[in-house]
Design a protein around this ligand. Structure first.
Ligand code: ADP
Ligand code: MG
Length: 443
């Protein structure tokens, strides 16, 4: 068996060489992978270093599991370790617990940064360990904002706090598949019994639960049964219960009857803290300047997964090109993202005029929409002209028509006038000139 797994891993590594499209990444992270331990259906792989471990866990775990499972002909799970010997947390006994629960022991509260945007969800999660238990809890938030992390963190804490209780993390996709399986093998009662014994059920990605009546019905039965027995259910979804339109009405209202808690779009301050936290966690040998943190966050402010992806990209190139203990500033980041190889994963650093406009507007405390309208007060016109100028500087290839288009379809002569106006103002007034240059540099 061990030999089979090793051979399968070698094959997969080779096939990834072409498909991952990044030779340096492949030789640094994928190629050094080795089988460390095999325990039941879990394979522990050794990674080159902690950074590689984190990247692989986040971005390649699923791929490796899928490919290994298909080449071995049975479902296997993959874990990563930096150490030659399995450490305490990776001991066989913790393997087994985690295996039966599907809980990922990387996603813990210690690594979950709490800010204004997720405070309510965090409090609701913690309430499960206090006196006032809300049940069910329905966490609702956009993609990459920490719902899955939070569910696993609850699971990990629950496992530690109540070792005798049974818990399960499942995605609606996995659940739907196991219901299909049970229906075809006539074991639906067993499946229901299994789910009805869990003291804590963490149900992720509710929005993907199959809309087949039968699956809905089985889920609904389990859901009601568990709640009536005071078993805890925490659900996560990127849709609010009322927008889960493919569910029937009673199910939606049942979801909504619990505590529905939003995770909103993170604010810049929280994102900065998260980024600093992640940098420390992954690689402590680089020092990022405050401006640099701000710069990265402003460009990756949609979700935390995107921010993490961007950081991985930066650290990967930083560790290849800059000596340890380097100070990483905006200039270094710009350099990293000018490498052609980083192009296909140019997270958040794409050509995005809207982002530029938004940042100029932030400086002037003006909502971007106003610039697209007809308003021509002196202040608004100035902001609009500055935006046009900054756009042209940032994206020299952007046509005048396209620039005008970004401001409610102004024609190209207006754009030329604006560019001239700002140029001459910058010449006449040195401090204005410095301000604009500085602004361009920061964006
Ligand atoms: P979702 O399930 O909402 O799509 P995830 O839970 O998968 O999002 O989070 C995406 C990534 O961002 C994960 O790697 C997770 O660890 C990280 N993350 C999300 N929220 C936080 C947080 N508050 N603190 C630290 N990391 C976070
Ligand atoms: Mg998720």
């Amino acid at each position: 068996m061990e030999k089979d797994i090793e051979l399968a891993l070698e094959d997969i590594k080779n096939s990834l060489k072409t498909s991952c499209n990044n030779e340096a990444f492949w030789s640094d992270f994928i190629k050094p992978l080795k089988v460390l331990q095999i325990k039941d259906n879990r394979i522990l792989l050794k990674t080159k270093n902690a950074f590689a471990k984190q990247i692989l866990e986040n971005e390649y775990c699923e791929t490796l599991e899928k490919r290994l499972s298909s080449s071995l002909g049975s479902q296997v799970f993959v874990d990563f370790s930096v150490h030659d010997h399995t450490t305490k947390t990776e001991s066989p006994s913790s393997f087994v617990t985690i295996k039966n629960t599907n809980i990922n022991n990387n996603f813990v509260f210690d690594r979950f940064v709490v800010g204004g945007f997720n405070k309510l969800a965090y409090n609701a999660a913690q309430s499960l360990f206090g006196n006032s238990i809300w049940n069910p809890i329905f966490i609702n938030g956009g993609v990459g904002l920490g719902k899955t992390h939070l569910l696993h963190a609850i699971g990990n804490k629950f496992l530690r706090s109540f070792p005798q209780k049974t818990i399960k993390y499942v995605t609606s996709d996995e659940f739907s598949r196991s219901v299909y399986g049970a229906l075809s093998s006539n074991t639906i009662e067993e499946l229901k019994n299994e789910y009805e014994q869990y003291d804590l059920l963490l149900f992720d990605d509710v929005q993907f639960l199959s809309n087949k009546e039968k699956i809905n019905e089985i889920f609904f039965n389990i859901f009601n049964n568990n709640l009536s027995k005071n078993k805890i259910i925490v659900l996560a979804s990127d849709k609010n219960p009322k927008d889960l339109i493919h569910f029937n009405e009673r199910m939606r209202s049942r979801f909504a009857s619990g505590l529905v808690i939003p995770i909103t779009k993170p604010d810049l301050e929280s994102l900065k803290i998260i980024l600093e936290h992640k940098i420390k966690e992954i690689d402590n040998s680089f020092h990022f300047t405050k401006e640099c943190i701000d710069y990265i966050v402003r460009r990756n402010n949609n979700d935390i997964r995107q921010l993490e992806g961007c950081l991985h990209q930066i650290l990967f190139y930083a560790s290849s090109f800059f000596p340890p203990n380097s100070v990483i500033g905006i200039e270094n980041i710009k350099k990293i993202f000018s490498f052609p190889e980083s192009g296909d994963k140019n997270l958040g650093f794409d050509f995005d005029p809207e982002l530029v406009i938004k940042q100029v507007c932030d400086v002037y405390h003006t909502p971007p929409d106003v610039l697209k309208g007809k308003k021509r007060t002196k202040e608004i016109s100035l902001v609009r002209q500055v935006c046009m100028y900054v756009l042209k500087e940032k994206f020299p290839k952007m046509s005048l028509v396209a620039i005008g288009g970004a401001f409610g379809g102004r024609d190209h002569s207006t754009v030329i006038e604006s560019l001239e106006k700002i140029k001459s103002l910058m010449q006449k007034d040195k401090s204005f000139g410095d301000f604009i240059k500085n602004l361009i540099n920061k964006i």
